[in-house]
Design a protein around this ligand. Structure first.
Ligand code: ZN
Length: 148
């Protein structure tokens, strides 16, 4: 995957936690010194050390929404799961139409090579369980997508 393709996919993987803090997919730095995250506000990579979790944002762009609360770095697989959970939640609350949701879910589940790249260094059985639950929910949704 080229850099442009990677950035495009990472930009589609932003979610938020229950407190509204941004959840972003981090990938390994090529220098091996930790993780990097693509910032769609700065249009640049922000470099971080090793480890996932909450970080201060290294935004240089004034008014970036990350500057107050920072962001939470997760693996691309976990970010995709967060996005899928958010879409399914929107449908449940009727905040998103079923056709649009089906399209977004298809992009995340079927066309998303990063989703298969589970966990990278992280062995996390809770993530496996979340993924299994989310995939089952997506399967149910797709099976009934004609309904209302
Ligand atoms: Zn930034």
């Amino acid at each position: 995957m080229g850099e442009a393709g990677l950035i495009e996919r990472l930009e589609g993987l932003e979610a938020a936690d229950a407190d509204g803090v941004a959840v972003l997919a981090a990938v390994k730095r090529s220098d091996g010194a930790g993780l990097k995250v693509w910032c769609r506000h700065c249009r640049a990579w922000h470099l971080h050390g090793h480890g996932y979790g909450h970080r201060e944002a290294h935004c240089r762009k004034a008014g970036s929404p990350y500057q107050g609360g920072g962001y939470i770095l997760v693996t691309p697989a976990e970010a995709a799961i967060c996005c899928i959970e958010a879409i399914l939640g929107d449908v449940e609350r009727s905040a998103r139409g079923r056709a649009e949701a089906a399209q977004a879910l298809t992009a995340l589940v079927l066309d998303h090579p990063l989703l298969a790249e589970q966990g990278q260094d992280v062995e996390d059985w809770t993530l496996d369980r979340r993924r299994a639950g989310v995939m089952e929910a997506v399967g149910d949704f797709m099976a009934n997508r004609g309904g209302h």
